[in-house]
Write a protein that binds this ligand. Sequence first.
Ligand code: IYR
Length: 244
Amino acid sequence: MTQDTDTEGSNTLPNLTLDFEYQPEQHMINTSRLFYQSLQRRRSVRDFSTKPVPASVIHQALLAAGTAPSGANRQPWHFAITTDAQVKANIRAAAEREEQAFYNDRASQEWLDALEPLGTTASKPFLEHAPVLIGIFSQKFSYASDGSQLKNYYTYESVGIACGMLIAALHQAGLATLTHTPSPMKFLNNAFNRPATERPYLLLVVGYPSEGCTVPAIGRKTLTQIASLVGETEDGWDLEQSQP
Ligand code: IYR
């Protein structure tokens, strides 16, 4: 076999034919509507049942999250999972310490006013009740096979996209989540045994909602509030007329 002289000695990857399936338009319209209707039912849950969840659902959802696009494909994320009561108790104690400082001193009045409709407090019993906590860490660096450090790019954006995909995957699989961000979150490195080179990005609380769980009656912005159409308008594209 002769090597392509253009890529000889270079690090360019070989190209593969994209595995892409065209779907009938009506099917696309239906599946996009069903996906939206499903995500419309996703809510941040703060009242969890202690009922255990299937490990493989968590593993599959993490694999789904790991397909997220990332800067230079560095995949700069780590997902640390715990179901251990002692680890969860430690995390709750440390998070509540930070939250007490937040609610009593650190938060501005403006921030407290913004949170008031949600009714959140420094008390975080869900950190012990929920069966699974996932500590998500962002990696500023990757390591080459010879151990040398490689800089990562768009780290926070990449990890944020992976988190969005994880939350959607868990919801689609029938689990509830809470994106919890005690601030500061540095204690999560200790709790999850992660190196200081990783930065805690999010603590994701995962499980089933408690029996009779309630959530605040929030609204979601409409399509015209979150999107705009630029340039000449063609049939079917008018945001006001759209019926998702
Ligand atoms: N981390 C605190 C406060 C908090 C902050 C935001 I921004 C929220 O959307 C919700 C809560 C807490 O978890 O209570």
